[in-house]
Design a protein around this ligand. Structure first.
Ligand code: NDP
Length: 279
């Protein structure tokens, strides 16, 4: 093939640990797309100029990760309805001649993994989401659309949970609290959307949120069990899962937006787990 490959990548800080080049490389081979996907470690002060230069030089699309998701929402010329709702962007795409479209695929990725891959029920269930950062912003609307009986956001800093609850309350029953004010009783689903696992910590939430039937899901992932997954198992949950599936599913949503073709995720998830030695 003589034409140069289309340029894609992920911008974060730090970003060296990212599995996105592996995932998008597999998607591209599977669907015969001629592209390259690179890592860009860019500190916040350079985020805007880096992204604008990337697209000015013919780049076609970027994933955006910590800590740039809110800045990406401000930079985009246009937002998809789900990115607008989230106020955070994890995917940028060249749109028309020189417009940049912002999307948020985190929520769709989580829901696809929970509901389709893992057959976890959300409708009419009690759901607790721990954390009120960018990832929670992205997943609240799709979770509420599944019709949980109750959705509680618990955050270390109560004010951030309050802001989120205000922004999304029109979509369903949404409660917020800090870690000391959690409603009584076990939840059916507990999602860890804090970044505590990245430093080997567990959010200081009472183990009373876990019962024998509770599914625990850590958005974080690692070669070994995350601290949250270990804690959930020690406290008798029914299953404890890491966010590998969410990672691959949100990537597939981005890939489809960029290339107009939906890659198969199951073989990529299997290869990723093998690659990261967690099988
Ligand atoms: P943010 O930095 O936006 O938010 C971090 C959140 O974690 C805040 O609510 C913060 O609380 C809380 N927090 C951090 N440390 C602790 C701690 N020690 N104890 C309790 N709470 C803590 O991060 P994101 O929302 O972007 O990401 C959250 C997690 O989700 C990360 O682990 C990330 O890797 C993962 N993620 C996974 C994805 C996947 O595809 N699997 C996709 C997106 C994210 P406070 O407000 O009090 O500071």
């Amino acid at each position: 093939m003589n034409t140069p490959p289309d340029q894609y990548g992920v911008v974060g800080h730090p970003v060296a640990h990212s599995f996105s080049p592996f995932i998008h490389g597999m998607f591209a081979r599977q669907t015969n797309q001629h592209l390259v996907y690179r890592l860009y470690d860019v500190p916040p002060a350079q985020f805007r100029s880096h992204v604008l230069e990337f697209f000015a030089r013919g780049g076609r699309g970027l994933n955006v990760t910590v800590p740039h998701k809110l800045a990406a929402a401000e930079l985009a010329n246009e937002l998809t309805p789900r990115a607008e709702r989230a106020g955070a962007v994890n995917t940028l795409a060249l749109h028309g001649e020189n417009q940049i479209l912002g999307d948020n695929t985190d929520g769709a990725g989580l829901v696809q993994d929970l509901v389709v891959n893992l057959s976890v029920a959300v409708a009419k269930r009690r759901v607790l989401i721990i954390g009120a950062g960018g990832a929670t912003r992205g997943v609240l609307a799709p979770l509420l659309m599944l019709g949980p009986a109750e959705l509680v956001i618990a955050n270390r800093t109560l004010e951030r949970a309050r802001e989120l609850a205000q922004d999304f309350v029109d979509l369903g029953t949404l409660l917020c609290c800090d870690f000391n004010q959690l409603p009584e009783g076990a939840f059916d689903l507990v999602i860890n959307a804090t970044s505590a696992s990245l430093s080997g910590e567990v959010p200081a939430v009472s183990a009373a949120v876990i019962g024998a039937g509770t599914v625990c899901y850590d958005m974080a992932y690692g070669k070994e069990d995350t601290a949250f997954v270990r804690w959930a198992r020690e406290n008798g949950c029914s299953s404890a899962l890491q966010g590998w599936g969410m990672l691959v599913e949100q990537a597939a949503e981005s890939f489809e937006l960029w290339r107009g073709v939906r890659p198969e995720t199951a073989p990529v998830l299997t290869a990723l787990k093998r690659q990261s030695q967690i099988l």
